[in-house]
Ligand binder design. Structure first.
Ligand code: CTP
Length: 451
């Protein structure tokens, strides 16, 4: 039993060298990841270097949470290690020589990051660091918070040994987010967002001095020096992993949202909608695990709502949101305009499904969270639970066999059949073929009449 367990999770008297997390690592990580770490350690030993598991996974292991990412750092030549590792266990790698880092895709398909233990010299606040190579101690010291500054050795001689020079375990126990040095937010102002990410996601408190320096950074509009891509990526990760509603609310309370863009706001109404959306997402993911949805997406649609469409589009572009998100904004607006104009009031479920079929599931979940009208809500829900999964038993090939050659006609017949099927007017292949035949005949009759 490790010291962590011995003390009943009372980490106060913990000493770095005494803690070995091998058992926990084996228990918590998927066996393929453990095997990969053992192999990485053996390779490191053969190459005469030290290899460590670092970053969030170490934190999550100590917290007994599910761990996803594998970040390795090598005390020695990390790129040479990454090349050898890829040769034996990987499919391909991409290296970034100027940073001493590599991204390796393993034979299993899993992606891992390998870096060289380093000290970073930040040229100007918010810019990418210039890198100097150094020891693991320095590497851990340059990191954002004590809880993220631990490492686990994977070399065979001390596999599982925890390195914790900055009392990360103690702060995890105390549920505290603490920077390692007073320069931390200046070195990388994005850490302001990261502090809030961990505060909200783990339910921790930001330690007083850290909070003081964080507020100073916010007051100096620190994010203006960070690239839009980095801010965007951080926002996505934070809303994907934690409680998105709480995270955005906190950004708004601290005045950070307006620094990201002066027109962005998150008021009580949006916070309520986001809470409703959280419940919907929980339900949807449980009911339809096969539908892979991007959790961040509908939350950001809420964040952007309430602004004129042109402004939404321009902010999204400035902040480097993907083009499909910008398309969603337009499609949703079009759909809501149709609702407002009453165009869809008497539509059947099939007709409504046709209008919704161009939207992403995330868009429909967003609509479900924000529309007020109960009838529309229940129709949207019906679309998600029934209409969207209705499929035809016949396809274009069957129509070709009937002699329909015009692509547009094939599309329109299939569309009509789908509407009829959703509306329960036809139910099986025979019905579909019969109705299709009738439509083909009607079409050739009307063509003949025109001659
Ligand atoms: N890190 C840092 N400063 C940053 C970003 C990252 O010091 N601005 C370090 C931290 O040690 C962090 C590690 O890099 O743990 C990996 O970063 P990342 O994968 O972005 O975050 P995680 O801490 O792994 O968090 P998550 O579980 O949300 O992925």
């Amino acid at each position: 039993m490790s010291l962590l367990e011995n003390k009943g999770n009372d980490f106060a008297s913990y000493k770095s060298d005494e803690v070995n997390l091998k058992d926990r690592l084996v228990k918590q990580l998927p066996s393929k990841d453990v095997e990969m770490l053992v192999n990485a350690g053996k390779l490191a030993q053969n190459m005469g270097v030290k290899c460590y598991l670092v970053g969030g996974t170490v934190r999550d292991l100590v917290l007994k949470k599910r761990c996803y990412d594998i970040d390795l750092t090598v005390d020695g030549d990390g790129l040479a290690f990454a090349e050898q590792f890829t040769k034996f266990y990987g499919k391909r790698m991409k290296s970034f020589a100027q940073f001493g880092t590599a991204f390796v895709v393993l034979k299993t398909g899993k992606k891992i990051d390998i870096s060289t233990s380093r000290t970073e010299v930040y040229t100007s606040p918010g810019s990418l660091p210039k890198v100097k190579y150094g020891e693991i101690e320095y590497d851990l010291y340059r990191r954002d918070f004590t809880i993220n500054s631990m490492a686990i050795s994977v070399n065979p001689e001390d596999f599982g040994r925890l390195l914790d020079f900055h009392s990360g375990v103690k702060d995890l126990k105390a549920k505290v987010i603490r920077i390692l040095n007073d320069q931390s937010f200046e070195d990388d102002p994005l850490r302001v967002l990261r502090a809030i990410r961990f505060e909200q996601r783990l339910g921790f408190d930001i330690e007083n001095r850290t909070k003081e320096l964080m507020m100073k950074s916010i007051e100096s509009n620190c994010l203006k020096t960070v690239s839009a891509e980095r801010v965007y990526t951080e926002l996505i990760v934070s809303t994907n992993k934690g409680d998105a509603a709480k995270f955005i609310t906190r950004l708004s309370e601290l005045g950070i949202l307006r620094q990201i863009h002066k027109s962005l706001y998150f008021d009580e109404l949006k916070a309520e909608q986001a809470k409703e959306l959280s419940k919907l997402l929980e339900w949807f993911v449980k009911e339809y695990p096969q539908d892979k949805i991007e959790k961040w997406y509908p939350f950001h649609l809420i964040l952007f709502s309430g602004l004129p469409k042109d402004m939404q589009t321009s902010i999204a572009k400035q902040l480097t949101y993907p083009s499909n998100f910008i398309k969603s904004i337009s499609k949703i607006k079009l759909f809501l305009d149709k609702i407002d104009s009453g165009e869809l009031k008497d539509s059947t479920d099939g007709e409504l499904a046709l209008k919704l079929s161009g939207l992403r599931i995330e868009d429909v979940l967003y609509l479900l969270a924000v529309v007020k009208d109960d009838e529309l809500k229940s129709r949207l829900r019906h679309y998600l639970t029934h209409s969207r999964s209705v499929s035809l038993s016949i396809n274009g090939h069957d129509l070709l066999m009937m002699g329909v050659t015009l692509g547009a006609l094939i599309g329109s017949i299939l569309q009509t059949l789908k509407i009829q099927k959703i509306d329960g007017k036809i139910s099986n292949r025979e019905d579909e073929l019969e109705l299709a035949k009738k439509m083909v005949d009607d079409d050739s009759d009307s063509a003949t009449n025109l001659e």
